[in-house]
Design a protein around this ligand. Structure first.
Ligand SMILES: Cc1cc2nc3c(=O)[nH]c(=O)nc-3n(C[C@H](O)[C@H](O)[C@H](O)COP(=O)(O)O)c2cc1C
Length: 363
C-alpha cells in the first residue's frame, strides 16, 4: 500500500478513507450515535479553544516524553481500542500494532479485535494494553483477563460506557453487517450474549443490561489481576470517588467517540471537571475528536496525562496499511512537538492551563 502524497494530516487520511471503503464500513467506522451531536461536539470543543504562546523561551533539551503507570512514554499518544481492524486491512490489528511500535506509540487491543491479543502481541515489541468488555459470565471475563496477561499486556482498560449499544442510525441506514471472515477471536469459546437468556419484556432492560457490570464488579476485577485497571468512559466527576474506591488505577474521560449516548457533552469540556475531582490521585486520559498535535496540547493543558486516538488510526490503516498508520502517528507526534515549540513549552511538565487563551490557571 502506498501512502498518497497529499496525505499530510489526519483529515487527509479521512478524506482518502471515504474514497476507498464502501458505505457500510464508512458508516461503521466514521459514524456515531443517533444524530452525531456528541461526535461533532468533541471536535468543536478543540476548535473553540485557542492557544497562548510564550515568546523566546529557551527550548534546550525539549522533549514530549513522560511516564505513565511507571513506564516511560515517548509521546503521550495511545491508540484507542477499536474493534475489527480487519474490516480495512487483511492483517488487521497486527498491522496497526507493527506501526504503533515503529513509532514508539502504545496501543490498546479491543476485546472485539479481529486478531487474538496473543497474536497481536507476537507482531509487535511495543507496549500493549487490553480493552476489556465485562462478559455476562464472570468466568469468561477472567478468561479474557488471563489471555491479556499471557500476551504480556501491561494494563486493562475496562470500558464502562456501553452496557448496551447506542442508537446507531448511520450504520442502520447503510445496512452495515460484519463481513464473513471478520471475527472476534478473543471471545472464542466464551458464552457471550448467548448466556443472557431470552426474557419477556424490554429487549433493552431485560437483555444484556441484566448482566451489565456495576461498581462491585469493578472492585472484583481489580482484585483478580496484578495489572492496573483503567476505567474508560467516565464523563461525570461524581464517578471519580467510586472509581478510586473500587481500585481503578487510571481514568479515561471518553464518550466512546460519540458512538454510545448522543448529546453527551464534549470530552474536552468535562475533562477539567474530572481532573479537579481526581486531584492528582490517578492519571486521567482523554479521547474523542483528537486530530491534531494542537488538540493533544490542549488536552494536556487541561490535565490529561495522555490522549487516545481512535478513528484516524483506522482511516490511515485503510489508506496506507502499516506505512499509513506509522505516518499518521509520526504526523501527530511532530505536530505536538511543533505546538510545544511555538507555545514555548519545553516539556510536558510545562504544559498547564496558562497555554490556553481565556482559561484562568485555576479554572
Ligand atoms: C470503529 C470503532 C470501533 C470501536 N470499538 C471500541 C471497542 O471495541 N472498545 C472500546 O472501548 N471503544 C471502542 N471504540 C471507541 C474508541 O476507543 C474511542 O473511544 C473513540 O474512537 C475516540 O474517538 P475518536 O475516534 O474521535 O478519536 C471504537 C471506535 C470506533 C471508531
Amino acid at each position: 500500500m502506498i501512502v498518497p502524497q497529499d496525505a499530510v494530516s489526519a483529515a487527509d487520511y479521512e478524506r482518502h478513507f471515504h474514497l476507498r471503503v464502501d458505505r457500510g464500513v464508512a458508516a461503521y467506522i466514521g459514524g456515531a450515535g443517533a444524530d452525531g451531536i456528541t461526535q461533532q461536539a468533541n471536535r468543536a470543543a478543540y476548535d473553540c479553544l485557542h492557544l497562548m504562546p510564550r515568546a523566546l523561551v529557551d527550548m534546550a533539551g525539549a522533549t514530549a516524553a513522560s511516564h505513565l503507570l511507571g513506564q516511560p512514554m515517548a509521546y503521550p499518544i495511545i491508540v484507542a481500542p477499536m474493534a475489527h481492524h480487519r474490516l480495512v486491512h487483511p492483517e488487521g490489528e497486527m498491522a496497526t500494532a507493527a506501526a504503533a511500535s515503529m513509532t514508539g506509540t502504545w496501543m490498546t487491543v479491543s476485546t472485539q479485535a479481529s486478531v487474538a491479543v496473543g497474536e497481536v502481541a507476537r507482531a509487535t515489541r511495543g507496549p500493549l494494553w487490553f480493552q476489556l468488555y465485562a462478559q455476562p459470565r464472570p468466568a469468561d471475563t477472567l478468561t479474557l483477563v488471563r489471555r491479556a496477561e499471557d500476551a504480556g499486556c501491561r494494563a486493562l482498560v475496562l470500558t464502562i460506557d456501553a452496557p448496551v449499544n447506542g442508537i446507531r442510525n448511520m450504520e442502520q441506514r447503510a445496512g452495515f453487517r460484519l463481513p464473513p471472515g471478520v471475527t472476534t477471536p478473543n471471545l472464542e469459546g466464551l458464552a457471550g450474549d448467548d448466556f443472557v437468556p431470552a426474557h419477556p419484556g424490554s429487549p433493552v432492560f431485560q437483555g444484556m443490561l441484566r448482566t451489565a457490570p456495576t461498581w462491585a464488579d469493578v472492585a472484583w476485577l481489580c482484585r483478580q489481576t496484578p495489572l492496573p485497571v483503567l476505567l474508560k468512559g467516565i464523563m461525570n466527576p461524581l464517578d471519580v470517588e467510586p472509581a478510586i474506591a473500587a481500585g481503578a488505577r487510571g481514568i479515561i474521560v471518553s464518550n466512546h467517540g460519540g458512538r454510545t449516548l448522543d448529546t453527551l457533552p464534549a470530552t474536552l469540556d468535562v475533562l477539567p471537571l474530572v481532573v479537579d475531582a481526581v486531584a492528582g490521585r490517578l492519571p486521567v486520559l482523554v479521547d474523542g475528536g483528537i486530530r491534531r498535535g494542537t488538540d493533544i496540547l490542549k488536552a494536556l493543558a487541561l490535565g490529561a496525562r495522555a490522549v487516545m486516538v481512535g478513528r484516524p488510526v483506522l482511516h490511515a490503516l485503510a489508506v496506507g496499511g502499516v506505512a499509513g498508520v506509522a505516518h499518521l502517528l509520526t504526523v501527530l507526534q511532530t505536530e505536538l512537538e511543533v505546538a510545544m515549540a511555538l507555545t514555548g513549552r519545553p516539556t510536558l511538565a510545562d504544559v498547564d492551563r496558562t497555554v490556553l487563551h481565556g482559561v484562568a490557571p485555576g479554572a
